[in-house]
Design a protein around this ligand. Structure first.
Ligand code: C2E
Ligand code: CA
Ligand code: CA
Length: 530
């Protein structure tokens, strides 16, 4: 019986000693007083078991009480061992779950890159550490169009592949994160211009090869804006905002990156000033409409004119439409501006008619004009009231405007086409999806973008592009306009290519209504209905 009691207590000691290691592990992971007391208790038990074991070895016979006590001590030690083991397993599982949750909270689920929260934590740490670094804001060009044209699956795959390729290419010490749909932020531990341009060269090189997704090839371009800590700001929000301003500038100038400087802020302020003056300009009727003739070949008649907005200033200068239209699109005033243009054209048509001219006016529409019904409703009303006939107006729309919301645009343009209005696809060749638009929308005319026309020379690529667009338009039953005709040689070349209409400074600059018809007559053009 002695041997049995000694074995039970000795085994109990083994279990207790096996509990010590996990108990210490728990105490290290969970800094709570309860677990430390439990560890202390196990140590006391251990000493108690040792003392009892020693006692058992010193006596010759054991009583029934001592046998029972040995059994209880054995059972107790198994209990302690199991409780500690299970607790350790549960704590470790919880720890893994918590780690996973923290990882998910800090990473983007699509690309696996650090997300905005992670970026904010990292940049905050860097600002506190106060060592110089640079912030790169990277934004994909035309990403929305990729999503719209080929679908979100391809958009997502492209983001995943791009993130992987860039992450692999970036050198050590770069923190690369995805902070929005197609917006990435990179933190770089250097502010030397040479190092920044080296890094940009790496990024540009990574994008040279197209991204292949299910046998589609995507060429991606990224616009990048850069700000420097602490030179441009020593706090996070202005640093980001300045990198953002520089990114928009790089997008506008179509260069791969721009480093922030104060003049960019001046530009942003000037844009804000223009933007806030737009409402007033409308209220004070400050806009004017100029008209540029579209000269029809194989005929001496000119009756198509493109209406182009002018915004004269008190000092005699003009704010160019390229500058204020994008701002009007941003702040929504473009809606009222388009309605003002439409009303002015309607009034001017009365003037044309008074001079026996059956003019057909081309009006430029923006994306917003095609996304809700105010424009088409006003147009229908004008037709209903007999103030405008659909043959008197051609609607010029760009691919970019159409692609902003292709479904809505298709509805509105189809409705207007059924009413008898003709639709002209402006700036053709500069967008992303010319072919699908031609297939899906009721397009009557194609206007070749002036960048191709102005750079046409015998045998060069632009010449081939213009030639192909004219061929395409003819086969689709569309008329074709070449805009930006500046020289006699290009006009002659386009005449040979049998382009239907020519528009450009070679024939006439945009003119105010008062000088338009005298100018046309002076050129010997007859102005009459086709
Ligand atoms: P756009 O629709 O492509 O208009 C043609 C632009 O090319 C006009 O610039 C015109 O003056 C210019 N242009 C015409 N012939 C030549 C040429 O031979 N050489 C060169 N270099 N340029 C030529 P503008 O009037 O400055 O208008 C710029 C843009 O502003 C227009 O481009 C159009 O997108 C926008 N815009 C103008 N008026 C309106 C408007 O009433 N509504 C809207 N939504 N946009 C307008
Ligand atoms: Ca136009
Ligand atoms: Ca154009």
């Amino acid at each position: 019986m002695n041997i049995l009691s000694i074995c039970l207590v000795a085994l109990g000691l083994v279990f207790l000693s096996q509990s010590l290691k996990p108990a210490i592990k728990i105490c290290k992971q969970v800094h709570s007083l309860g677990w430390q007391l439990l560890l202390l208790l196990i140590v006391f038990f251990f000493i108690g078991y040792c003392s009892f074991l020693y006692y058992l070895t010193t006596i010759t016979t054991v009583s029934i009480v001592e046998i029972c006590l040995s059994t209880i001590l054995f059972g107790g030690s198994i209990f302690v061992f199991m409780v500690i083991e299970f607790s350790l397993n549960s704590i470790e599982e919880l720890h893994i779950i918590a780690q996973k949750e923290r990882y998910n909270a800090l990473h983007d689920s699509l690309t696996g890159l650090p997300n905005r929260l992670h970026f904010m934590e990292t940049v905050t740490t860097k600002v506190v550490a106060a060592a110089p670094f640079s912030v790169f804001v990277l934004d994909l060009n035309d990403f929305k169009q990729i999503n719209d044209v080929v679908g979100h699956y391809y958009g997502d795959q492209l983001l995943i592949k791009l993130s992987k390729r860039l992450s692999r290419a970036l050198p050590e010490g770069c923190f690369f994160s995805r902070v929005g749909g197609d917006e990435f932020v990179l933190l770089f531990n250097a502010i030397e211009l040479s190092e920044i341009s080296d890094l940009m060269a790496i990024i540009d090189k990574t994008l040279v090869k197209p991204f292949n997704i299910n046998s589609y090839n995507f060429n991606v371009r990224i616009s990048t804006g850069i700000s420097l800590f602490p030179y441009h700001s020593s706090t996070i929000a202005p640093l980001l905002q300045k990198a953002d301003t520089a990114m928009y500038e790089s997008k506008k100038q179509q260069v791969s990156y721009r480093l922030y400087n104060d003049t960019l802020d001046d530009d942003a302020k000037a844009r804000l000033a223009i933007s806030s003056k737009l409402h007033l300009a409308l209220a004070k009727n400050q806009f004017q409409l100029y008209y540029q003739p579209l000269v029809k070949l194989q005929s001496t008649k000119v009756h198509h004119f493109e209406a182009l907005l002018r915004w004269p200033q008190t000092d005699g200068s003009f704010i160019p439409p390229d500058q204020f239209i994008p701002l009007a699109e941003q702040n929504g005033t473009i809606r009222q501006i388009t309605l003002w243009v439409l009303d002015t054209i309607t009034q001017d048509l009365v003037d044309f008619a008074a001079q026996d001219v059956d003019a057909c006016i081309h009006i430029n529409l923006s994306a917003l004009d095609l996304q809700d019904d105010y424009f088409s409703t006003r147009l229908s009303a004008l037709v209903r009231e007999g103030l405008l006939s659909p043959v008197q107006l051609v609607l010029e729309v760009t691919e970019t405007a159409i692609m902003t919301d292709i479904t809505k645009t298709r509805d509105i343009l189809s409705k207007l086409s059924r009413l008898g209005f003709r639709i002209s696809l402006d700036d053709f060749g500069t967008g992303f999806s010319s072919m699908s638009i031609l297939r899906e929308l009721p397009i009557n005319q194609i206007k070749i973008d002036r960048s191709f026309v102005m750079a046409m020379h015998n045998g060069n690529t632009n010449n081939a592009i213009v030639r192909s667009i004219i061929f395409l338009a003819k086969n689709l039953g569309c008329s074709v306009v070449a805009e930006g005709v500046e020289t006699k040689a290009i006009a002659a070349e386009l005449t040979l290519l049998r382009c239907d209409y020519l528009q450009g400074y070679y024939y006439s600059k945009p003119l105010p209504l008062a000088s338009l018809l005298p100018y046309c007559e002076q050129q010997g053009w007859k102005v009459a209905l086709q």
